[in-house]
Design a protein around this ligand. Sequence first.
Ligand SMILES: [Zn+2]
Ligand SMILES: [Zn+2]
Length: 560
Amino acid sequence: MLDGLHEDLNRVKNKPFTETIESENQPDYEVGLKSWENHLKRNQSIIVDLLHGQYKSKITCPTCGRISITFDPFNSVSLPIPAKLEKEIDFEFVYANNRQKPVKLSISFPTSSHTVAQLRQETAKLLNIDPKSFYFVFSTQHLKEIVTDEANTLTNTLRKKKKIRSLFAFEMAEEDIKANPQERYDVDYITSKKILNYFGRVARKKFTHFRTASLRKHYNTRQIYLKMFQQYRILWDDAIDEDKRDQWMQMSDEEAFKKVFEDAEAKPFKIFLITNSRVLNECFFCGEKRCENCELKFDSDIQLSTLLSKIKDPDFNLQFEVYFDEPSSYLDVERLNSYTDLTKVKTGNEEKPKGIDIYDCFEQFEEPETLGEENAWYCNKCKEHQKATKKMEIYKAPPILMLHLKRFKSGGSLLSKSKIVAQVDFPLENLDISEYVINPELPMDYPVEKIIPGYKEEHENGQTANGDAILGANGQQQQEEAKTEENGETKKPLLYDLFAVVNHYGNLGFGHYTAYAKNHLTNKWYCFDDSSVQEEDPESVCSTASYVLFYKRKGFEFNY
Ligand SMILES: [Zn+2]
Ligand SMILES: [Zn+2]
């Protein structure tokens, strides 16, 4: 809309052709000035005077290293919203030794660029274990997915996925790491128990996430059962009577297995092979079309390799369902979902987590960005489009600064666009952007009269000339104050006060806009919501709905 207003009010009727000026190692000020001159040759309006600022943008070609620096006008600054500085990722660490309870961990990570490889290091440190001894896995009741590209996968990504899945770190036993990969077979298993369903019929209900047991292909049924028993031995550890406990704890797995499983009349659990069979497919193992997992009978004496050879689909992985039939008497199978809670433990510095503020957004804005396929840059040295690196900074700040919070992520399909609803704190007074504006001569104004003689007379009638005069005076004053305070070494404060906010509610496509604005005579804030206007508490001006912010340079007076 502002662009439209500007075009309607543009005093330049016949726009001369201008070329983009590249820096070519000249001082910023000269190139900036020439570029602004070009801008004014084509654009002269109150919109330009009030709202147009200038970026310095630096693009680096990744192939030939060519650097292009240009000074481009803007009418608003789009600020990215960084991921919250301190975030937490929760996961369960599952020991290879199943007699140790899994540990629930919560590790905070400082930035959005924190990788899974770093999470691994922190986990290892926290649990005092070898960082190479475990791996990360997403798990649901129906699937398990190993995080493979740890160097590139960001913990933030895991955190988002975690909402629908659970994250685990699985430790691997030494003997399994060392085992011949040709001989080793890692089987995912899930635990189920007997329940009575709605119709009073016996059913098997899954109640744990997938875990992994490392088998060997030559294992026979008994060895498979023994291995699975090891996974569940903790249940007996917990259940055994005081007086027999010492004896039990010292028993080897082999002896313990013989005692509570082999010699027992009723086997505590059965292993079922999770089948490929749905309605149409014949089960690989029994040939039935409606097989609800085939039992691997304890006395069937079949080798794992034989089972694997029955699988006709290369993408199908053998998985077990370990079913507890009658565990009720003394085994508390629900304990399989219990863990030691270490979530209160935090790594790194103990800084108190802070929210996002507008300065975090400015920091993020200045971060170099790698251009994607869709907005690749044409390098005139390579004569090709390149995924160049682009760094943007504000060179000249306008009297009225419009800040747009990028709540909607660009790219991707329309449906996948999501809104960031995090609150971004911003001040109603004294927003200081001096750290984020390059030109130290602040407030910065080019000698417009020298660039375009008569520019000022042309719209003199109490307009910019007056504004500039006030600006100049104020600027001078600010500069001197800053110099006495900070020894003239640092940048002078460049302060802005908020006078309006556009709010956006809802999401892309189903939104509602309102606005807050400050009456400059009464200094009261008002909320404009369709036909309703109500006074608003200044405290509520900054909210999760804040979308576009309008700031006025401190001391600048509208004289239009
Ligand atoms: Zn190039
Ligand atoms: Zn079957």
